[in-house]
Write a protein that binds this ligand. Structure first.
Ligand SMILES: [Zn+2]
Length: 294
């Protein structure tokens, strides 16, 4: 009898949960915050991986095969997700595009063509890097989890309220503590940061990539070196997955400081949750600009 009870409780632990797969660690972290013990969640991309380019592996399709929900970033950032989902042959899965409610930045006004590079053709897809967009993502996740498991709707709602409360509190705190970053000029490697910069008042001068996804040419690097000297640019910030080679080369010719930021949860040390990602990045930037607050 006791054995039967044990088996039944193990079964209920395994089968009573909403099974979720996400494209990125940021979405997975928010799913965990809202779903708590009532979900299992796996992210396909690792935090320190370039989210634009993820190799489609059969093992990912197996992970998706038994899932109830798939949350994607959308705006073609994770175009690779479609191949994984199709390959999983999971007829019952609900695929949710988390970008639907987002106010999108940098939507091209003219015709979209290959001269723009292969990525960011439908606007800038790095919207999770504005913490206020975290609220919209969490709202959508809570709705979809509730639909999948209506009996836990109160719990998901409570977790959503708590997440929003913590995020709002953190945003106010960051806008206070890191107010000195406002108006600071910097160069980014890839154009991942317009939402982040917009929120915290940073000014982007240049990108090392001539177009999103394109490696910088020597001529481009020379122009950047001249620009750093003439405009007294203090900081180059790179996504964690880029090699240090190009930023270090520029730093050897100028006085610019180079830092790595977390473009996703788990990208660098300290960025171990959605809220800690912002805290970590803001701390790194304020240190690099010498405007730390104690
Ligand atoms: Zn991008």
């Amino acid at each position: 009898m006791r054995k039967l009870f044990l088996i039944l409780s193990i079964l209920s632990i395994c089968f009573g949960k909403v099974r979720v797969v996400t494209s990125t660690t940021d979405l997975a972290d928010i799913v965990k915050s809202i779903g708590g013990d009532h979900v299992t969640v796996i992210s396909i991309a690792r935090g320190n991986q370039d989210p634009h380019y993820v190799e489609v592996l059969p093992s990912y399709m197996i992970k998706v095969r038994k899932a109830d929900l798939y949350f994607m970033v959308g705006m073609e950032l994770d175009f690779w997700a479609k191949q994984i989902i199709d390959g999983s042959r999971n007829q019952k899965i609900e695929v949710v595009d988390c970008s639907v409610e987002i106010e999108k930045m940098e939507i091209p006004t003219g015709t979209v063509d290959a001269s723009m590079g292969d990525i960011h053709r439908f606007g800038n897809p790095h919207y999770w890097l504005d913490p206020k967009n975290g609220r919209l993502i969490a709202q959508l996740i809570a709705e979809k989890l509730t639909k999948a498991e209506p009996k836990n709707s109160d719990l998901f709602q409570q977790n959503l309220n708590l997440f929003n409360h913590q995020l709002d509190k953190a945003i106010l705190d960051w806008q206070n503590r890191y107010a000195n970053l406002s108006g600071k000029k910097l160069i980014f490697y890839h154009n991942s940061w317009p939402y982040f910069s917009n929120r915290f008042g940073l000014e982007t001068v240049e990108f090392l990539e001539p177009k999103p996804g394109i490696t910088p040419s020597p001529a481009k690097l020379n122009r950047i070196i001249q620009r750093i000297k003439s405009d007294k640019i203090e900081v180059i910030a790179s996504e964690s997955y880029f090699s240090d080679r190009v930023p270090k080369f520029i730093a050897s010719k100028t006085k610019v400081k180079t830092v790595k930021l977390a473009q996703s949860v788990g990208a660098i040390e300290g960025a171990d949750s959605y809220i800690h990602l912002f805290e970590t990045n803001l701390k790194i930037l304020s240190k690099a600009f010498g405007v730390e607050h104690d």
